[in-house]
Write a protein that binds this ligand. Sequence first.
Ligand SMILES: Cc1cc2nc3c(=O)[nH]c(=O)nc-3n(C[C@H](O)[C@H](O)[C@H](O)COP(=O)(O)OP(=O)(O)OC[C@H]3O[C@@H](n4cnc5c(N)ncnc54)[C@H](O)[C@@H]3O)c2cc1C
Length: 361
Amino acid sequence: MTDVGTRDVDVAVVGAGQAGLSAAYHLRRAGFAPDRDIVVLDHSPAPGGAWQFRWPSLTYGKVHGMYDLPGLPLVDAPEDRPSSEVIGDYFARYERTFDLRVRRPVDVASVSEGAGGRLLVRTRNDGDWSARALINATGTWDRPFLPHHPGAETFRGRQLHTAGYRGPEDFAGQRVVVVGGGTSAVQHLLEISEVADTLWVTRRPPVFRDGPFDERRGREAVALVDERVRAGLPPRSVVSVTGLVMNEAVRRGRESGVLEPRPMFTRITPEGVAWDDGGTAPADSILWATGFRAALDHLAPLRLRERGGGIRLEGTRAVRDPRVHLVGYGPSASTIGANRYGRAAVREVRRLLETPARAAG
Ligand SMILES: Cc1cc2nc3c(=O)[nH]c(=O)nc-3n(C[C@H](O)[C@H](O)[C@H](O)COP(=O)(O)OP(=O)(O)OC[C@H]3O[C@@H](n4cnc5c(N)ncnc54)[C@H](O)[C@@H]3O)c2cc1C
């Protein structure tokens, strides 16, 4: 890598998924120039945020309600095309239309206190940036969560996480245990059960919700997450606040028994899984649909975490450091939240930039 030194900008945006692009759009509208006033850094190879990595059978018709980015609607997307392609193309067009100049692949290694009250954004492959404010929008895809279970290392079959799932074909003719109570688990089960024997295990009994996931339910779910984040606790899983959406495919899955959950097993054996009551189930594969955590390791030097393990936010602003905004975290971790909070973060950042930079310390 050539040494490019440290470049100054007003705002660094880390992450160019829905949340980062929304923030970048509002920064551009507010008159910030790319490369001079703002920089957008993303370590993925292509536009699309985490969507570019989602399995090909997750077609656009199967996603739950993807909100358009501000200022450019996504129209006429074919329902049967993989969402990774639809959204990858849409985000690429968006970046071009609003001249967002995302720098990629650029991996942000750390954000720490810099000189003169600024933040030092260090990258692994594109030098350093010095910024007066940071909008962090790094999502969760980079931190799949895999709980440890006794015996996991003895299992002779294959174990994988949702992040590595490429579609049902890999499981043809197998016995597959799917772990987890969220939407991904339900989607995996509905697909894999077409070609394999499946068994669903969940830590808690899943809650299926009838009726549309309307605005009121969305607001209620966001309020629950918001409460935790304000208290400095890490956000819980999406499904714990939204429940599982009941649609026709899910109804059929419940009727056929595919979506009949068993309680969590207590051990993994070389041949499968086992419960304390002596019950066992053989398995060729265990698919962990156990969710993701916020990808925030690069912010560790700023010591934003509370004792409860979460980062306390007021809106999008980190209570411990008003230069830092988190978008796509906690209450804004949905495509609609990412949009709304992107705008809110920019409003606050503009206010911050109107005040003189504070002294280093
Ligand atoms: C399987 C699945 C299906 C989903 N379906 C829906 C749905 O139907 N509707 C909905 O509203 N939400 C859905 N969600 C949630 C959805 O992912 C979010 O709402 C939204 O897309 C996340 O956007 P984001 O910008 O916060 O994160 P991401 O899209 O994850 O973008 C984060 C970006 O940050 C980059 N990045 C991360 N770390 C670094 C770093 N250190 N340096 C540089 N770049 C970095 C990544 O490369 C990535 O491009 C789904 C989630 C999953 C896992």
